[in-house]
Design a protein around this ligand. Structure first.
Ligand code: HEM
Length: 151
């Protein structure tokens, strides 16, 4: 019954998955960039610091958290759709590893946001610039795993 529904809904589930992925990625690219400006230009107190804290919390709560949850829900629905994933192949495993790393990165950003709000963050702009490359690298692994499937 639910399996029949998943098969019927497959093109829609995949569309919703990709839409939520795009929203999630937008935040994963933008939030560390906000952190770079926050630590390098704005500092931990004052009117502009308040503005940055508001932008960071809104981005995380209104866009990134719901988009991550939706990506997981629609992604798992695709996993349970018959004929979509063959665990004998390598690509689902490389994708899973990269997706888990992306989820870890999301939580790492959430922890840094709390520190920036409390004014206790000691990381440099350079750290956030470097961390900004993490979602790009993971995105490449994920998209190549799921579309080109060279492994
Ligand atoms: C969060 C956990 C995730 C799960 C469980 C998951 C699972 C899946 C599955 C099973 C498919 C269907 C493959 C097919 O139809 O052949 C799929 C498609 C796709 N996923 Fe994910 N995914 C997740 C996260 C992500 C992320 C983070 C990205 C990108 C950064 C991503 C990008 C894509 C793309 C682009 C497709 C469409 C591929 C195509 O055109 O067939 N997914 N996903």
């Amino acid at each position: 019954m639910i399996i029949d529904f998943l098969v019927l809904a497959y093109p829609w589930t995949k569309s919703l998955h990709v839409i939520s992925v795009i929203a999630w990625m937008a935040g994963l690219f933008y939030l560390p960039r906000l952190f770079v400006y926050h630590v390098e230009r704005v500092g931990m107190s004052g009117e502009t610091a308040d503005l940055f804290q508001t932008m960071e919390v809104r981005l995380l709560r209104a866009i990134m958290n719901p988009a991550m949850i939706a990506t997981w829900i629609f992604g798992l629905a695709l996993v349970f759709t018959p004929g979509v994933v063959s665990w004998q192949e390598l690509w689902p495993w490389t994708k899973t590893a990269a997706v888990l790393a992306m989820t870890w990165f999301h939580h790492w950003l959430g922890l840094r946001r709390k520190e920036l709000l409390a004014g206790t963050d000691t990381r440099s702009g350079r750290t956030y610039r470097l961390m900004n490359e993490v979602p790009t690298l993971l995105l490449i692994v994920i998209v190549v795993s799921v579309i080109a499937r060279p492994f």
